[in-house]
Design a protein around this ligand. Structure first.
Ligand code: KIV
Length: 272
């Protein structure tokens, strides 16, 4: 008998499958550090993605390409320490899996062994399918990522909507099927037309998580810094901001500066 979802103590890949089968939407956000991971986990998020978007929002790089495997492992270790329930998925960074399946497996094993995370995510379909088979054969759960794949930004040239043309849409559908056949437990679809994403989600048995892919997916993912309004200059149509933490933090720091400069802080109650 399957466990009722409300009794679930830990989100596993099996729970995610059960959620899809029961029509329960899956929630996923990025996390890169202990404190944020703890808040996301306490709030009840299903999946925390230690995304290579850490390269942008944590390290200030223009693209996701520079972040290293060691740096991803450091972020993943910090996130895992803050989590008691969510499934922690870690991006394999650019250059750590594309060259050959053996290298891909070594990178995935390092992430699992050194961070304690629960799964890895790779960008691509048919081009990396042997790597996906090899990693899954070793017992490591794999999530796919199709559509806009930021690690290939210099191939595309822009971050615009992908798979609008029939050829690219057909390749995406066939890649999604290949990833499912290889044993992926889920797939992220980034920035593609919602009709295509819905078609993929309805035709696959595994959960499809969208970002800029519309409401027909089995779940949604956003970069937490974007959702919280810590980043300011990134305003794609698909992003809903739930807070303006940039302003909250900036005003708090300005108030602190003023209080220190005017000798208002610390007051008598704030000293020994
Ligand atoms: O790295 C990341 O944040 C991602 C999400 C955009 C899905 O891959």
């Amino acid at each position: 008998m399957s466990t009722a979802l409300k009794d679930v103590k830990r989100i596993t890949t099996h729970v995610l499958m059960q959620m899809k089968n029961e029509g329960k939407k899956i929630t996923m956000l990025t996390g890169y550090d202990y404190s944020m991971a703890k808040i996301l986990d306490d709030a009840g998020i299903d999946i925390i993605l230690v995304g290579d978007s850490a390269s942008n929002v944590m390290a200030g790089h223009e693209t996701t390409l520079p972040i290293t495997l060691d740096q991803m492992i450091y972020h993943a270790q910090s996130v895992v320490r803050g989590v008691t329930k969510a499934l922690v998925v870690v991006d394999l960074p650019f250059g750590s899996y594309q060259s050959n399946p053996g290298k891909a497996l070594e990178s995935a094993v390092r992430i699992m062994k050194e961070s304690g995370a629960h799964a890895v995510k790779l960008e691509g379909g048919q081009e990396i399918i042997e790597a996906v088979y090899k990693i899954i054969a070793s017992g490591i759960p794999v999530m796919g990522h199709l559509g806009l794949m930021p690690q290939s930004i210099y191939k595309y040239g822009t971050y615009s909507v992908r798979a609008k043309e029939e050829d690219e849409a057909n390749k995406l559908i066939s890649d999604a099927k290949l990833l499912q056949k290889a044993g992926c437990f889920g797939i992220v679809l980034e920035k593609i037309p919602s009709t295509l994403a819905t078609q993929v989600a309805q035709s696959l048995e595994i959960p499809v998580i969208g970002i800029g892919a519309g409401n027909g997916c089995d779940g949604q993912v956003l970069v937490s810094h974007d959702l919280l309004g810590i980043t300011k200059d990134f305003n794609p149509r698909f992003l809903r901001r739930y807070a303006d933490l940039y302003t909250v933090i900036k005003e708090s720091v300005e108030n602190y500066i003023e209080d220190v400069r005017s000798s208002d802080f610390p007051n008598e109650k704030e000293q020994y």
